[in-house]
Design a protein around this ligand. Structure first.
Ligand code: ADP
Ligand code: MG
Length: 237
């Protein structure tokens, strides 16, 4: 049984089709990369999976359960966690407090256990030495790490990352990618949107390409990137 199955998921904004009969499946423990030009519908797809936006048509099955009509919080409780394209931590709270807030939102554990898990996440995400610093004073890379940590604190079984490496230098991007790959190797199922292709290079699993809300390629990265349509549309060659 797949962890996530979308079938014919569609969403229009007025005349614009942001998701056009999107179908794909994600296996338990898999990492899937999503690429596509700006405005292709990548973030919309995440919003449909998390329930922040309601589908016009189609179904979303998570862990064998039809979550198509569930509100976002119920999907979060079910195990769908996400990072946002624009990180919005509580600037005045410390890094650790930010995690506790996210952990309390996940709310499937006693308070003490949430604290323990958040401390582990600080280690996993490379933030332990920033635990007691206000989030407002973090560097961009540390803010990205905090965004990842906040998503993990909700105890997801599926992690959705939306352009988490955006704005980082290549060196910083490499460090963040290493952290994410370690989390994936620990068993986390991930769907990872990146506009910057090299961020996904170490992710040698499957790649899905979106354009105008449509899936125009899906499969092994080499095969997908070799397709004429993807090269024309995505790389402009
Ligand atoms: P991507 O993340 O691939 O850059 P988005 O999913 O953010 O693309 O957007 C896809 C298209 O849908 C864009 O043309 C965008 O302007 C439009 N769009 C996204 N969200 C909304 C919304 N809530 N209302 C109206 N249009 C939207
Ligand atoms: Mg986006």
């Amino acid at each position: 049984m797949p962890m996530l199955a979308l079938s014919n998921v569609s969403k229009r904004f007025g005349a614009l089709t942001a998701a056009d009969a999107v179908s794909f499946e994600l296996r338990q423990g898999e990492a899937l990369g999503i690429i596509g030009p700006n405005g292709a519908g990548k973030s919309t797809l995440f919003n449909l999976i998390t329930g922040n936006i309601a589908v016009d048509a189609g179904t979303i099955i998570f862990d064998g359960r039809d979550v198509t009509r569930l509100p976002p919080m119920q999907r979060c409780f079910a195990g769908v966690g996400r990072s946002f394209q624009i990180p919005q931590p509580f600037e005045k709270l410390t890094v650790f407090e930010n995690l506790l807030v996210a952990g309390a939102f996940g709310a499937r554990k006693a308070e003490a256990e949430v604290g323990d898990r958040c401390a582990e996440i600080l280690v996993e995400t490379g933030l332990i030495d920033r635990a007691n610093h206000p989030a407002g004073g973090l560097s961009l890379l540390q803010r990205k790490r905090l965004e990842l940590a906040r998503a993990l604190a909700t105890e997801p079984r599926l992690l959705l990352l939306d352009e988490i490496a955006g704005g980082l230098t290549e060196g910083e991007c490499g460090m963040l990618v290493d952290t994410i790959l370690a989390i994936h190797k620990g068993g986390m199922s991930i769907i990872w949107i990146e506009h910057v292709l090299h961020a996904l290079n170490s992710l040698d699993e499957r790649l899905l390409v979106l354009n105008f809300g449509k899936v125009i390629g899906m499969g092994a990265p080499d095969t997908v990137m070799a397709s004429r349509e993807v090269r024309e549309i995505y790389l402009g060659i």
